[in-house]
Design a protein around this ligand. Structure first.
Ligand SMILES: CC(C)(COP(=O)(O)OP(=O)(O)OC[C@H]1O[C@@H](n2cnc3c(N)ncnc32)[C@H](O)[C@@H]1OP(=O)(O)O)[C@@H](O)C(=O)NCCC(=O)NCCS
Length: 201
């Protein structure tokens, strides 16, 4: 697979030999680091959802995701804990019984969702569209190849730059997880549900 090219860089599917460079980008960019086997596991299982951006013959960014079977209506984009519930989670005109029935029937069968595990671009290449290209291809691949109904991710509440990037593609803040990170910082969970807003189509 070869993704979009902006002239000076291109996005493509990751290969096993890219993993050391991906680990370097991850290590330089984020405090959340993973062991080799974790990257390999994602690549082996969801190869079309593990992308790298390449320029000048080296990896300058990556985005890796996995596919999960999830019952949680918030991660499926059916409810928003921060806004008191998405409209489609509430049957129109229904009383409390209809509403509960609607929620439980949705909860009964899990949905197939994408989880953006990690995305990063080397500092010297940021602000030039690489992150957007990686995210755009990730969304396309998870939706079109893996057939997910939504994509979710966790992001530090202080990471305004990443939050702006996700919002640009239609992700919405749906939950706060207190002390999610090792240093005690909270995380926003953000979700993009297909059919509502889809910035890649
Ligand atoms: C988040 C990250 C991947 C974005 O990559 P990038 O290549 O800089 O992204 P882009 O150049 O495509 O910019 C995407 C959006 O980010 C925002 N952005 C970019 N540069 C910014 C800056 N200097 N200040 C604030 N927002 C900025 C803008 O909304 C931009 O969209 P726009 O150009 O249409 O306005 C990159 O900053 C990064 O690697 N950060 C460290 C790792 C990280 O925080 N990962 C996310 C963990 S959840």
């Amino acid at each position: 697979m070869s993704g979009p090219s902006q002239g000076w860089f291109r996005v493509r599917q990751a290969r096993e030999e890219d993993i050391p460079q991906v680990m370097e980008v991850n290590y330089k960019s984020l405090p959340e680091n993973y062991w080799y086997g974790f990257f390999k596991f994602i690549l082996d299982n969801w190869p079309k959802a593990f992308l790298v951006a390449e320029a000048e013959g080296r990896v300058i960014g990556y985005a890796m995701s996995r596919v999960e079977s999830v019952s949680d209506p918030v991660l499926r984009g059916l409810e928003n804990e921060l806004e008191g519930g998405a409209p489609e989670a509430r049957p129109a005109g229904g009383g409390i019984r209809d509403r509960l029935r609607g929620l439980f029937s949705r909860r009964a069968s899990p949905g197939r969702v994408g989880h953006l595990v990690s995305i990063a671009v080397l500092e010297e290449y940021r602000g030039r569209g690489v992150g957007s290209a990686l995210l755009s291809e990730t969304i396309r691949s998870l939706r079109d190849h893996y057939g997910v109904e939504s994509i979710y991710l966790e992001v530090r509440v202080s990471n305004e730059r990443a939050i702006r990037l996700y919002e640009k593609f239609g992700f919405r803040k749906v939950r706060i997880i207190k002390k999610y990170y090792m240093d005690g910082e909270d995380a926003y969970v953000m979700v993009l549900r297909f059919g509502q807003s889809d910035a890649t189509s």
